[in-house]
Unconditional design. Structure first.
Length: 235
């Protein structure tokens, strides 16, 4: 599943990528960024342009901002709402959820709301950018004690999805396997971070991930060839 940073990738390029992703029968397209400004003025036309050329569901994945909660763009099909269980700031653990629900009714009619995907989001390996912005601390992988605590919370509160991410390395496949073994069957397991080749996608899928996200792999001029390879399309 491709992840596009709409504050980095020009709209015209995103539209072309959405067309090809649709042709390759990809399940969805994620628009995501750690940083963003003037969200609605940028995102509303961006989402609309993609929806005009593609039937793919468009998911948003952006951090919340205090006083507002998670941002929402018109036309988006779903919003990933990450509960950063590894954050030192309880706003990003759970308070942002409440703030979003308080503010959401003022953003449009109820029938126009996107689906809200309640998600446990965990980071692996050093990630000072996310840590400085959202107070996250990388998950310990030397043992399973901390991971098991996060799994228990995920199951107890009925989260829809677990999102495992590594900015500079890759999520260990044994960690992916452990999550898959212990999550409920209907809880989605999503993995991303430094997925560059088809073999990376295959390794995570074989470890039990339901979906694998890739972003930087397509941030170059010959992205069409890379997309065909990473998606498994050899025609």
């Amino acid at each position: 599943m491709h992840i596009i940073d709409p504050f980095k990738v020009p709209q015209a390029e995103a539209v072309e990528k959405a067309k090809m992703l649709d042709e390759l029968d990809c399940p969805a397209l994620i628009l995501a960024s750690t940083d963003y400004e003037s969200f609605e003025s940028r995102m509303d036309p961006y989402v609309m342009a993609i929806k005009q050329v593609s039937s793919l569901p468009v998911l948003l994945h952006f951090p919340p901002r205090k006083g507002v909660g998670f941002p929402v763009a018109r036309g988006a099909d779903a919003v990933i709402l990450p509960a950063l269980l590894g954050s030192c700031d309880d706003y990003y653990v759970w308070k942002s959820y409440l703030e979003t629900l308080v503010n959401l009714p003022g953003r449009g009619a109820r029938e126009d709301w996107p689906e809200l995907l309640l998600t446990v989001a965990l980071t692996f390996g050093e990630d000072h950018k996310t840590g400085n912005l959202l107070g996250t601390v990388p998950v310990a992988t030397a043992g399973t004690e901390q991971i098991d605590q996060y799994i228990a919370v995920t199951r107890s509160f009925g989260f829809h999805m677990v999102y495992l991410y590594s900015r500079y390395a890759q999520v260990p496949t044994d960690v992916v396997r452990h999550f898959r073994r212990h999550l409920d069957p209907d809880q989605i397991l999503f993995v991303s971070g430094n997925v560059r080749r088809r073999e990376h996608v295959t390794a995570f899928l074989e470890a039990g991930a339901d979906y694998v996200g890739y972003a930087g792999a397509l941030e170059h001029d010959d992205w069409r060839s890379t997309l065909a390879e990473i998606s498994g399309d050899r025609t």
